[in-house]
Write a protein that binds this ligand. Structure first.
Ligand code: URA
Length: 264
C-alpha cells in the first residue's frame, strides 16, 4: 500500500471514529473509496453554473433601505461586525441574547455558511459551538482542517426563538451583510451547510440532495467562487446513514484544496 493509500485509509478511519462508528458490521469489506474517488481535475471545475441569475442574497431592489450601500460603509470584517451589531432591521435580535457573527479565522480560504444559531451559539455568541458544531469540527478535522483554516457563519446572525427556521424576511434582512461578509473574506471556496444556506446563497429552490456533491458557483465581486453544498451537521446527527454523502463531499473539498496548493 502506498503512503497516499495509507493516509487515505487513516483519514477514513478517523472519519468513522468522529462519526461514532465503533463496531464492524458485515463480513465483507466495502471499498468506500471506489464510490468516493475524487475526479482528477486539477482545479475545482464548476460543473453547473447555478449562480447565472443573481443570487437572492445579492443586494438589489428587494434590499431594505437600511442595509443598502453596506459595501461603501465598511471595508473590514471587524467594521462589518460592528455594523451588524448596531443593525435593528432583523426582528431576531430582539429575542436573542447575543450576536453570532462568525467563528474561525479572518484569513481563512474556506468559508462555511449554516442556517441559524441555536441555543449554545446564542449563549456563547459564536456560530456552530453546540453539538452540530462539534460534529462539524470533527468532520473538518477528518480532512485536516481546524478552526484556523475556516471561517464559519450563518444565513442569520441571531438565534430564532425556540430554534425555529428563520423566515424569508429574517434571512432577507441579513442577506446584504452576508453578501458583504463573503466579499470581504474573499475565500477560495464556499461550503454551504444544509438546504437553507444552499437555497439562500445560490438563489435556487432545489433540495440539498440535488445540490450537494458537485461544484457550483457563487458570483462574488466579479468572480465565480467555487461553491460546494453539503448536508447540515444537525441533519447528520439525526441521520447516520447520510454521513457517507457528507464524507464524499468532504473528499471533494479536500481534493480541491490539495490541487489548489499544488497549483500555487
Ligand atoms: N446550526 C446552524 O445552522 N448554525 C449554527 O450556528 C448552529 C447550528
Amino acid at each position: 500500500m502506498s503512503v497516499a493509500d495509507t493516509r487515505a485509509v487513516q483519514a477514513l478511519l478517523d472519519w468513522y471514529r468522529a462519526m461514532g462508528v465503533d463496531e464492524a458490521v458485515g463480513e465483507e469489506p466495502v471499498d468506500c473509496f471506489a464510490a468516493a474517488a475524487p475526479k482528477p481535475a486539477a482545479r475545482p471545475a464548476p460543473e453547473v453554473k447555478m449562480a447565472a441569475r443573481p443570487p437572492r442574497i445579492a443586494p438589489g431592489a428587494a434590499t431594505p433601505a437600511s442595509t443598502r450601500g453596506i459595501g461603501a460603509k465598511v471595508s473590514t470584517l471587524t467594521e462589518l461586525e460592528a455594523l451588524v451589531a448596531g443593525f435593528e432591521g432583523c426582528s431576531l435580535r430582539r429575542t436573542a441574547k447575543s450576536l453570532c457573527f462568525a467563528r474561525g479565522s479572518a484569513e481563512a480560504r474556506i468559508m462555511l455558511i449554516g442556517e441559524a444559531p441555536g441555543r449554545d451559539e446564542d449563549l456563547q455568541g459564536k456560530p456552530f459551538v453546540g453539538r452540530a458544531g462539534q460534529l462539524l469540527d470533527r468532520m473538518l478535522a477528518a480532512i485536516g482542517l481546524s478552526e484556523q483554516h475556516v471561517y464559519i457563519t450563518n444565513t442569520v446572525y441571531w438565534r430564532p426563538p425556540g430554534n425555529r427556521t428563520p423566515t424569508p424576511e429574517e434571512i432577507e434582512a441579513c442577506a446584504p451583510f452576508l453578501a458583504r461578509q463573503i466579499e470581504l473574506l474573499s475565500p477560495s471556496v464556499l461550503v454551504l451547510l444544509g438546504g437553507a444556506a444552499a437555497k439562500t446563497i445560490l438563489g435556487v429552490s432545489e433540495g440539498i440532495m440535488r445540490l450537494r456533491g458537485k461544484w457550483l458557483t457563487y458570483a462574488c465581486a466579479g468572480r465565480d467562487l467555487p461553491t460546494l453544498a453539503t448536508l447540515h451537521p444537525a441533519y447528520l446527527l439525526r441521520n447516520s446513514a447520510a454521513k457517507r454523502y457528507a464524507w464524499r463531499d468532504l473528499l471533494m473539498l479536500k481534493a480541491a484544496l490539495d490541487s489548489e496548493i499544488r497549483g500555487q
